[in-house]
Write a new protein. Structure first.
Length: 282
């Protein structure tokens, strides 16, 4: 059994530290894919900050050379945090990745994710544009998952978002408990298909949760750096999007913004053949 993991920092394992680096849900899942003395072969190609295009251009060729039996493709949140966000380009890139991996015989694992504006607790005018983008990304992931017969996990539920025990200090990445939950849910789905024969990962963390002091230290060091990088790239555009939200809300025309996003999504899905069917918010 060969398992390749593609994606961004979520799949890289950020939020689940071990000696020498990160572990994360994919590594936890890999440990439970097979029973007996022959463990699954696991390669994690995910990288922090990766966009859909990075997965298509850099990670997918390496994964295809590995010839996996199972391949996870979980990406898209970073795309929503870039001023260059383009749902059409994201759709084309993800479709190409999914097509290539399934053509090589891999079973796909996919997931839709909560939007970062909600996770960070941003004010509504700032949060709504990011939520609209993430809904579009999730709709694409749903559509491609259906087309390629992926094992799909929905982790955008309000209960998942609201449970602080599942999240690390940055509120964007799961902590160890959250990574274990994702791995356990995927294991349950794969076991139902006869694709996971080993023991599921334990639910309870092996490491204590970070202290408040550790969380504050992260926010003052790595967290500040992350915010500065995102502000340089996204903030000017996001402020413009927020201003548009306020104007449309005052005029009672906010539905126009949703309509534009829905039309862009429909055009993106129509660009890949045969066109899958999805609705915003699914």
């Amino acid at each position: 059994m060969r398992f390749a993991a593609l994606g961004d920092s979520l799949t890289e394992g950020v939020g689940d530290p071990i000696a020498g680096g990160w572990r994360g849900w994919a590594a936890l899942l890999a440990d439970g894919l097979t029973a007996g003395d022959q463990p699954a072969e696991f390669q994690n190609y995910a990288a922090s900050g990766a966009l859909a295009r990075d997965v298509a251009e850099h990670q997918a060729p390496r994964a295809l050379a590995f010839a996996p039996d199972i391949a996870s493709v979980v990406v898209g949140v970073n795309d929503t945090l870039r001023r260059t966000f383009d749902i059409h380009d994201l759709t084309v890139q993800l479709d190409a990745v999914c097509a290539a991996l399934t053509a090589g015989g891999a079973v796909l694992l996919t997931a839709c994710l909560p939007d970062p504006g909600t996770m960070l607790g941003l004010p509504a005018p700032l949060a709504r544009p990011l939520a609209r983008r993430q809904r579009a990304v999730n709709a694409v992931v749903h559509a491609l998952s259906a087309r390629y017969g992926a094992v799909h996990l929905h982790v955008a539920e309000a209960t998942w978002v609201a449970d602080r025990a599942l999240w690390s200090a940055d509120r964007l990445h799961p902590g160890e408990r959250g990574h274990r939950l994702i791995a356990g849910r995927f294991h349950t789905l794969l076991a139902a298909e006869g694709l996971a024969t080993g023991a599921p990962p334990a639910d309870e963390p092996q490491q204590p949760p970070p202290t408040r002091a550790a969380a504050l230290l992260w926010l003052l060091t790595a967290g500040t750096g992350w915010l500065a990088r995102r502000s340089t790239d996204l903030l000017p555009q996001l402020l413009g999007l927020a201003a548009a939200e306020v104007r449309h809300a005052a005029r009672g025309t906010s539905a126009r913004l949703d309509l534009r996003a829905s039309q862009a999504l429909s055009a993106a899905l129509a660009a890949v053949s045969p066109p899958p069917v999805a609705r915003m918010g699914e």
